[in-house]
Design a protein around this ligand. Structure first.
Ligand code: GCB
Length: 623
């Protein structure tokens, strides 16, 4: 097996991948990198991982609940080098403790959060062990990766008793190389997943959504050649009509490796040589190209080849940019008729992961009249982005920098950067995504502004073809709302959240509210709304009724329409979702009830009010 090391600080170290090679070799090879990293090979981020042939490891895994994490830590809370019980295939008579016997353990389904699989795990926050067997036949010149769609929040993986990686961050995919640890025939993987909240995590201790733990998205094995395409970025040039530009990166590329990109339907093709950094710049013309848009979500089969590797992706091509206070899609001003969505599974609750979940949520958004969705508050599963590409819904994709992180802690910044790199690295070819959101509702102070400014700069350097945004808080002087948060300077499009009629005032307070916007930039009201229990009826003034919620929307829309640079809205939110902050018995029962649709798919009055406004185009500027 090859060891692959990068000394390029632009590639992040979220996942520490261990090689089975002797430590001394690793240390020697890593010496040149020591100045900037703590001796770890770069994790492999795979673009289009879901387009690779794979061996699924979904299904039932044995599981052991380990609240004190005694399986990983010794009595003085040191992480044991190689968890002593992880070699479950030890020969009879080998000395290993008997407490952790996976063959006797209860099963958990993967993908799936553990909270909604067993009643006694509903509120559980802590570590759980997972184990399953798999068979594999190693091939010459092939490398094997364990692809994990998401594991919330921290996870550790061992294969055949050897540690292969660990990862932090609950909403992005990662890959652990198994090449040197697998053998022909039976193998087994053990994982520990811990969803304990910590102050220095991203997100931090407080969130208004359920901290679903476990292997929440798909897990698979991906076989790749010695040298392979790990990341690529193909998008339409803003400057020149019908020119596709970008790059393809080849992992462990031999010098001058040739890369080919072809779109057979357009008869368009190009080839380029990879530089020393493994990256080949690509630029070619496709005059017959039909642009992707919500009305015509055209996707092209794109073939990418490098040496023995090839991948076929489905990509749409469009441009997005701002001009003054306008957002231009394919050069034309657009108003974003949207809604915010959590990755909460419709009907069954729990973390969404399947095509069906994505189809259900996005079909409701289309029915509402949306051309835009805000996927809050963390990167959603790739199935969601595939569905948005297919269905023609523009997307705001968000980094989980939520509320008050430890903004002055460099380790926290590194965690946020790592998750941003993984989000952009994996999702960058989805035409649907037009906005990378750096954060949601963060307190205005210099440490915060610098922290998120750093993320914005990083996002731009990773992807200059999209717009950068964040959902800001609004301040008030009397009945004037003011948007002047200094973070606005770092953004292309300013998002702001406000809850007039719910957390402040009455729904009709909106009628007399004035707005002062200190930025000549496009604005999106990224949240407004209020709670209602589906089926609860009463007067317009009675909280929790559908009438009250609908009344909020009735007063909000005319107020928002008066803000001249408003270019979109994503009210909070499409569907009720579970939140530990929402205990009100009989009404909330641990659901945030601000959905326009209940968790059981029942549409509330406000859904129909907004639908009419979107259909009649009585919100936003006519396009
Ligand atoms: C917000 C947050 C969102 C909450 C929402 C609420 O401002 O951004 O995550 O769920 O308000 O319902 O209070």
């Amino acid at each position: 097996m090859k060891l692959h090391f990068y000394c390029n600080p632009a590639r992040r170290f979220g996942c520490t991948v261990f090689s089975a090679a002797p430590i001394a070799v690793c240390v020697l090879l890593l010496a040149p990198c020591a100045a900037w990293s703590a001796a770890a090979p770069a994790p492999i981020i795979l673009t289009g991982a879901d387009r690779r042939p794979s061996i699924s490891l979904n299904g039932e895994w044995s599981s052991i609940v380990d609240p004190y994490f005694a399986g990983l830590f010794s009595f003085h809370h040191q992480e044991k080098a190689n968890g002593w019980f992880l070699n479950q295939k030890a020969k009879p008579g080998d000395p290993f403790p008997t407490e952790y016997d996976f063959s006797k353990a209860t099963k958990l389904k993967v993908p799936g959060d553990w909270n909604t699989q067993r009643d006694n795990l509903f509120f559980y926050e802590g570590p759980i062990w997972y184990q399953r067997d798999f068979t594999y036949q190693p091939k010459e010149h092939a490398r094997l990766f364990l692809h994990v769609g998401a594991a919330n929040y921290r996870s550790w993986f061992w294969v055949n008793g050897k540690k292969v990686c660990e990862h932090e961050g609950g909403y992005t995919s990662f890959n652990c190389e198994l090449t040197s640890v697998v053998h022909a025939g039976d193998n087994f993987v053990v994982a520990a997943v811990d969803n304990t909240r910590h102050e220095d995590n991203v997100p931090t201790l407080e969130t208004d959504w359920w901290n679903y733990g476990g292997l929440t998205r798909e897990v698979s094995l991906i076989v790749l050649p010695d040298s392979f395409v790990d990341q690529y970025d193909l998008h339409l040039s803003r400057g020149e009509a019908s020119v596709i530009e970008g790059w393809v990166h080849v992992e462990d590329a031999p010098p001058g490796a040739k890369v080919e990109v072809e779109i057979p339907e357009l008869g368009a093709k190009t080839s380029a040589a990879a530089g020393d950094d493994g990256r080949a710049a690509v630029r070619f013309s496709a005059p017959a190209l039909e642009r992707w848009s919500p009305e015509t979500p055209k996707l092209y089969k794109v073939e990418i080849r490098a040496g023995n590797d090839s991948i076929e992706d489905l990509i749409g091509f469009r441009t997005v940019e701002t001009r003054g206070t306008e957002i231009l899609l394919n050069g034309k001003p657009i108003f974003l008729r949207g809604v915010s969505i959590h990755a909460e599974a419709p009907y069954r609750t729990g973390r969404a992961y399947s095509d069906k979940d994505a189809e259900t949520l996005l079909t409701w958004a289309k029915e509402l009249g949306c051309n835009f969705v805000r996927l809050a508050h963390y990167p959603h599963d790739e199935t969601m982005l595939r569905a948005a590409d297919r269905m023609g819904l523009l997307v705001w994709s968000e980094n989980p920098v939520y509320w008050a992180l430890e903004f002055d802690n460099p380790k926290v910044l590194a965690k946020a950067e790592q998750q941003l790199d993984e989000e952009i690295g994996t999702l960058r070819n989805h035409a649907a995504i037009i906005l990378w959101s750096m954060a949601n509702e963060t307190p205005n102070n210099p440490a915060r502004t610098q922290f998120i400014g750093t993320l914005a700069t990083r996002a731009r350097s990773l992807d200059s073809s999209r717009l950068i945004t964040a959902a800001l808080l609004v301040r008030a002087e009397g009945n004037t709302k003011i948007i002047d948060d200094p973070l606005g300077q770092a953004l292309d499009v300013i998002g702001f959240n406000e809850y007039i009629g719910w957390y402040e005032g009455h729904p009709d307070t909106a009628d007399t509210t004035q707005w002062r916007i200190e930025y000549e930039k496009p604005l999106i009201v990224s949240e407004f709304g209020g709670g209602a229990k589906a089926g609860l009826h009463g007067s317009d003034n009675e909280r929790w009724t559908e009438e009250y919620q609908s009344n909020i929307y009735r007063h909000q829309l005319p107020m928002l329409n008066k803000i001249p640079q408003l270019r979109g809205m994503s009210p909070w939110c499409l569907m009720d979702f579970r939140s530990p902050n929402r205990p009100l018995t009989g009404i909330q029962d641990y659901f945030n009830r601000k959905g326009l649709i209940s968790d059981q798919g029942r549409k509330k009055l406000a859904f129909y009010l907004l639908q009419k406004a979107y259909q009649d185009r009585t919100v936003g500027k006519p396009e």
